[in-house]
Structure formats: C-alpha cells, structure tokens
Design a protein around this ligand. Structure first.
Ligand SMILES: Nc1ncnc2c1ncn2[C@@H]1O[C@H](COP(=O)(O)OP(=O)(O)OP(=O)(O)O)[C@@H](O)[C@H]1O
Length: 237
C-alpha cells in the first residue's frame, strides 16, 4: 500500500467536504470518480500535501512527511509561462522539485520522451494546442520521478483524438508509477483504471476492482454508467 487515508476529515470553514474517509492506493492506476462537489479535488490536495486534514492522517509510503517530492501533481487548472520553451518549463519544474540543474535537464528530456513531446522541446509553450499543453503539464509533474502521480481531470476539454493520446501517455506512466486519476469520463476509467474509487458527498461509496463495480459484467462505458447510477442513484457522474 502506497497511499493511506486513515479516518480523514476535511472542512472548508464549517462546511464538511470529506468525512471520516479511509482509503488506500496501491500500485497501478486508480480512478477517482464522483459527482461535482463530491470532494475529489479536496482528496487530491490532501494526498499531495497542499492541505492538511482537520482530523485523521494521510501517509505516503508509510510516512506523513516528505510527501512533496514523492508525488507528482497535475492540478485541474495550471498555468505555464507562455514564452518559455517546453523543455525549460519541464527543467524548471524538476529543479523546483529538488533536482540540480544537470539532473533536471536529463530528467526533462526523459519526461518529454515519456509524453511524446521531444519533437516540441524547443517550441514556446504558447504555440502548443490544448492536448500538447496538457502533455507538457504531465511531463512537468513527472520529471522528478515521483513514486505517485496524481492527475486531476487531465482529459477535460480535449477533443477525442487528443484524449486518446493522453490516455496512451497515462497508461505508459502507470507501468512504473502509482497513478491516481480523477476524471468525469467513463471512457477514461474503462480504458485506464483496473481499480476505481467512487466518492459521493465526502464519503467513499466504492473502492475496488472495476470488474466488481460492474458486478462481473463486461467492462464497458454503458455498464459502468449503469453501475454509477445504481450506486449513486442519479444519472450524472
Ligand atoms: N476553496 C474552497 N472553499 C470553500 N468550499 C470549497 C472550496 N473548495 C471546494 N469547496 C467545497 O467542498 C466540496 C468538495 O469540493 P471539491 O472541489 O473537492 O469536489 P470535486 O469532487 O473535486 O468537484 P468537481 O468534480 O466539481 O471538481 C464542495 O461542496 C465545494 O463547494
């Protein structure tokens, strides 16, 4: 087990966002799904150490400290410097995560290869399409070689072709990292996530193999949508 939430609660002022949550993440890709406002981004912020639980404990690799460098995080909204080259963007991210300049340069080249962006390394960020920009963001998140990669809605707003390419990149990252993927798209879950966690109103409603969520039926977008509907009693997830 790599990530553990033990009885974690979080509230914004007095409004509860997560309540007594117990959650564990192991190797491979875990999908985190749930309706708007369920608490997914809050969970990810706790996981990457941007927020601290009001009660309970979050551990990464068995410890509550040093989380930042062990985790690579692509937030739902992020900004890159438009005039910077793609390569320098990734070098800078790796340096911010503790690598020295030479190590950061080598790490950036590896990360750009991983996301299939080596051919645009010298382009300015402002020239990238949405899908390429997203891939640059992923490269920046993984360059320092974290154990865990946390991706918050990485396919949102992309056209179908770009989504397929991003999924290929995530699949590749999942081969040697633990990945937590928050998404609203059933196709992301069906194509990428052997394990899924369903969050609703700050509580986990399901955590386990995708095959169990669809009740042993064939894993397909339709069956998954029906499973969500049964679980959450609504159509939109
Ligand atoms: N900065 C904030 N201040 C106050 N309330 C917040 C803040 N961020 C989130 N919330 C509230 O906390 C709850 C959980 O929000 P969160 O963004 O974690 O959910 P989510 O599942 O990521 O939603 P979405 O799918 O819409 O991104 C919601 O009720 C939301 O309104």
């Amino acid at each position: 087990m790599i990530v553990a939430f033990e009885d974690v609660s979080y509230s914004y002022r007095r409004k509860p966002a997560l309540t007594n949550l117990n959650w564990t993440v192991s190797e491979g890709i875990t999908g985190l799904v749930g309706p708007n406002g369920a608490g997914k981004s809050t969970m990810l912020a706790l996981l990457v150490g941007l927020r601290k639980p009001k009660s309970g404990r979050v551990t990464v690799g068995g410890t509550g400290s040093g989380t930042r460098r062990r985790v690579g995080y692509l937030p739902q909204r992020f900004s890159l410097v438009p005039s910077m080259t793609v390569r320098n963007t990734v070098v800078y991210a790796a340096w911010l995560n503790g690598l020295d300049r030479r190590a950061a340069e080598a790490a950036a080249d590896r990360a750009l290869e991983l996301v299939d962006l080596s051919d645009r390394a010298d382009s300015a960020v402002r020239t990238l399409s949405g899908g390429l920009r997203q891939r640059a963001g992923i490269a920046a998140a993984v360059a320092h070689e974290p154990e865990i990669v946390v991706l918050d809605e990485p396919t949102v707003g992309l056209d179908p072709g770009q989504r397929v390419r991003i999924r290929r990149v995530i699949e590749r990252i999942g081969m040697n990292h633990t990945v937590v993927l928050s998404t609203h798209l059933v196709e992301d879950v069906v194509n990428l996530c052997p394990t899924v966690s369903v969050l609703d109103a700050g509580s986990l409603r399901f955590h386990g193999p995708l095959t169990e969520l669809v009740d042993g039926a064939e894993v397909s977008a339709t069956n998954l949508e029906q499973a969500y509907e049964r679980l959450l009693g609504q159509e939109d997830t």
